[in-house]
Design a protein around this ligand. Structure first.
Ligand code: FNR
Length: 368
């Protein structure tokens, strides 16, 4: 029997329920990682290598963990990152995440490969709710340009170009579960002629342009005024290059361990990146985000201590949405807020401006 929602006390609990009750194909698509899933597991484990050096006797009666992301004020430093095919887990799809994000005043990143159409997801937003767009770049640049400019016209406030997926990774769990139920919107994004024998991921990815390169970035900057961020950066050299080419930010990410197995975790790359940027005085030239394996407010706090502006969270909200719908997403976000308030107090910080590298001991990370 399915536990009642109130029996989910943390984000991992939603995953445990999802594993039991979700349709096999949907579970396989959401939960799978590339190859041996070493990176996928490491994403969360890496946070276990960082310990706190809390301060004492700071006044933490009032704790405010709101912050800004690309100029938007948010309640808590996470956003709902882009995950494809929301209707596999819940017939209503991504709009459930839109409503949860509205309730908790956080930003939703809309995936190119959403099951709901882009306009449906934009329409589900209320008032001044902010959304971003995740972009898979189509071989046909006219299509890409149309998608980007439409998103800007509809009020999207950030463009995240996925750069870690010139080809989709081999997710064997997903490949084993024969996939027949491609989301309704996928045709319009160019994913026709799909090969359904290779799992969901392969089925929908044939339009992605593997020739995308640094040379294309100025073109993106020329076709939109939205801030542009590269999603999936994995080494400091590329962060520097991103700054030089003039983008507004990067997401240090390995795509939730679904692309290159043995890619390092975002938090580990962050620990490599920030000291180099600080040395150059470049730490404020772009906004740096990480994603992958964020499951606890302590994970969020560690990332902010090390210099991230915020973190993306993917699977936990998919699992919450697939098991309990909007109330599940609502509870998952509230749990993070509750954890955040307590842990900010316990490390002796009353605002995100107080978070800094001296509050963490990173000696357990294998930095070079
Ligand atoms: C993803 N991710 C992803 N990223 C992207 O740029 N475009 C996409 O279409 C998708 N689709 C997608 C589907 C599913 C089911 C998952 C789990 C992930 C990657 C995603 O944005 C993010 O990098 C990871 O999900 C972060 O890791 P966690 O929070 O899932 O551990």
């Amino acid at each position: 029997r399915m536990p009642i929602l109130e029996q989910c006390y943390n984000l991992m609990d939603f995953e445990a329920v999802a594993r039991k009750v979700m349709k096999k194909t949907a579970w396989a698509y959401y939960s799978s990682g590339a190859d041996d899933e070493i990176t996928m597991r490491e994403n969360h484990s890496a946070f276990h290598k960082i310990w706190f050096r809390p301060r004492i006797l700071e006044d933490v009666e009032k704790v405010d963990f709101s912050t800004t992301m690309l100029g938007t004020k948010v309640d808590i430093p996470f956003y709902v990152t882009a995950t494809a095919l929301g209707k596999l887990g819940n017939p209503e799809g991504e709009v459930i995440l839109t409503r949860g994000a509205k309730k908790h005043n956080v930003i939703q990143m809309i995936p190119t490969l959403a099951s709901c159409s882009f306009d449906e997801i934009m329409d589900a937003a209320e008032g001044d709710q902010v959304q971003w767009l995740q972009l898979y770049v189509n071989k046909n640049r006219d299509i890409t340009k149309r998608i980007v400019q439409h998103a800007e016209k509809r009020g999207c406030k950030g463009l995240f170009i996925t750069v870690d997926a010139p080809q989709l990774g081999r997710r064997e769990k997903d490949m084993r579960s024969k996939f027949s139920d491609v989301g309704s919107n996928v045709q319009s994004t160019g994913g026709d002629n799909v090969d359904r024998s290779q799992g969901a991921a392969r089925a929908i990815s044939s339009f992605i342009d593997p020739s995308l390169s640094w040379k294309d970035i100025p073109w993106f900057l020329s076709i939109t005024k939205m801030p542009i961020l590269l999603k999936g950066v994995q080494r400091v050299e590329d962060v520097i290059r991103a700054i030089e080419v003039g983008v507004h930010g990067v997401v240090l990410s390995n795509h939730g361990g679904r692309q290159l197995d043995f890619a390092r975790s975002g938090i580990e790359v962050l620990a490599e990146v920030m000291p180099v940027l600080r040395e150059r005085g470049w730490q404020d030239r772009i906004e740096i985000y990480i994603d992958g394996g964020v499951r606890r407010a302590t994970d969020i706090i560690k990332a902010l201590c090390l210099g991230a502006k915020g973190v993306g969270i993917g699977r936990p909200f998919l699992y919450a949405m697939s098991t309990y719908g909007l109330p599940g997403v609502d509870r998952a976000m509230q749990l993070l807020k509750d954890e955040m308030e307590m842990n900010m107090r316990l490390i002796g910080c009353s605002s995100v401006g107080d978070l800094n590298p001296t509050l963490v001991d990173t000696r357990g990370l294998s930095l070079h």
